[in-house]
Design a protein around this ligand. Structure first.
Ligand code: ADP
Ligand code: TYD
Length: 210
């Protein structure tokens, strides 16, 4: 039987994470794997409630510290209720964002909280994906894509271009620090070309039979 596999997609808003997560889920399903496609913040009932608290409303609704606690609480619930059970039964879990988003958004760009982020991660989460696909994208292009979508989750997307550039640099630094886990994928290509690069960067045996 195949072992469970935990994959995440990271990158700035509008870089194509959700699109790529869906395409990879379809590919792995066609290979015969059970795939659980999920997202953060959210992915479990409680975490989706926290998602609404944290993403809707004016940008100053929460302090950076409160926000870090909310994202961590959501992740803990997601882990307990969805991710761990799925991995235990041998599924592939594909998460649209995970802890690297907190390292970048709360750790760097919304106040210098990185040591608190790392402390909470160690105490409350304590695991990393087997592989993370960082979809890298010019922020102007990503922002234009993200703003083109409809929806009420505007708290973060209203931060603008300069913030998106800092986030891109923050993600690139994480990739440099964890080259064995994080693969940087050029997102400025058509979705099928990006998807092929993602498949090439899967850990061996991901498609099953190994
Ligand atoms: P994210 O989850 O990173 O915010 P999405 O996958 O939701 O990004 O994509 C943002 C927008 O850009 C969507 O409207 C999507 O259809 C479009 N999009 C995604 N990937 C590509 C691509 N490779 N080329 C052009 N447009 C894309
Ligand atoms: P998401 O819905 O993935 O946005 P997008 O599709 O535009 O990329 O995530 C919503 C926002 O939440 C996004 O701006 C990043 C932010 N976020 C954090 O600040 N910290 C976190 O830990 C996570 C998971 C997301």
């Amino acid at each position: 039987m195949s072992r469970g596999l935990f994959l995440s997609f990271e990158g700035i808003d509008g870089s194509g994470k959700s699109t790529q997560a869906r395409l990879l889920a379809r590919h792995l399903q066609e290979c015969g794997r059970e795939v659980v496609l999920t997202r953060e913040p959210g992915g479990s009932e409680g975490a989706e409630e926290i998602r609404r608290l944290v993403l809707e409303g004016p940008p100053d609704r929460w302090s950076a510290e409160t926000e870090l606690l909310l994202f961590t609480a959501a992740r803990r619930d997601h882990l307990e209720r969805l991710i761990r059970p799925a991995l235990s039964r041998g599924a592939v879990v594909i998460s649209d964002r995970f802890a690297d988003s907190t390292r970048v958004y709360q750790g760097l760009t919304r106040g210098d909280l990185r040591s608190a982020v790392d402390l909470l991660h160690d105490k409350m989460i304590g695991m990393e994906p087997d592989r993370t696909f960082l979809i890298d994208m010019d922020p102007a292009r990503g922002l234009a894509r993200a703003l083109g979508r409809q929806g009420g989750e505007e708290r973060f997307e209203s931060f603008g271009l300069e913030m998106q550039s800092r986030m891109r640099a923050g993600f690139a630094d994480l990739a440099k620090d964890a080259p064995e886990r994080i693969v940087v994928i050029d997102g400025a290509r058509d979705a099928d070309a990006v998807a092929r690069s993602v498949i090439e960067a899967l850990p061996s045996g991901a498609a099953g039979g190994g």
